[in-house]
Unconditional design. Structure first.
Length: 188
């Protein structure tokens, strides 16, 4: 019998590799729970505290990845589990695929909302053009045109609300992202 979605035990998660649903190559290995946070290994001597409720909602175990093997590959050139995943374990079919990501490297990038865009890139192109530590969501290629229309509307809503303090807009922004995730996410 599978574990209910809203329950989580570090005992069953320990030594398993989890990937973030939207930031699909953000990789973590749960170690322990402290209060309402889960402490995860994310690199060589690097740990991240993640709120447990967010972890339960946004992270999925990857049954094809082995924690011990990934940890053995951590080195100077691959200091994070994300680096290890991208270089050694991410499958590359050689084809271009579509991704929603931030694309805002303008002089104003630090004091206004970044723009969202969809790019269709091969793995090599994606690795060269998109920062893997920013939000990047793989989408189902056949839904690219529909997703572009939704993204255009989302960017319009964001522009209309740009005067609102960033922290006050974060929850609304997350709701928009969750809608995109439900409709277009390509689970890898």
């Amino acid at each position: 019998m599978s574990q209910p979605l809203n329950e989580f035990s570090v005992d069953t998660a320990k030594d398993k590799v989890y990937r973030h649903n939207r930031l699909f190559y953000f990789v973590a290995i749960p170690e322990r729970i402290e209060g309402k946070e889960i402490i995860c290994k994310v690199g060589k001597d690097q740990y991240k505290k993640i709120p447990l409720d967010y972890f339960k909602r946004d992270w999925t175990v990857d049954p094809f990845l082995d924690a011990k093997t990934m940890e053995e590959k951590l080195d100077e050139d691959h200091p994070t589990l994300t680096d290890v995943f991208i270089d050694y374990f991410e499958k590359d079919d050689g084809k271009a695929h579509s991704y929603i990501h931030f694309d805002d490297y303008s002089p104003e990038e630090f004091y206004r909302f970044p723009k969202w865009k969809i790019s269709t890139l091969t793995k090599k192109e994606r690795d060269e053009q998109i920062n893997p530590y920013t939000l990047i969501m793989p989408i189902r290629d056949e839904l690219k045109e529909e997703a572009e229309k939704e993204l255009e509307l989302m960017n319009e809503i964001r522009a209309e609300n740009e005067f609102i303090e960033y922290d006050d807009f974060v929850g609304f922004e997350f709701g928009l992202i969750k809608i995109l995730e439900k409709k277009f996410l390509h689970k890898l």
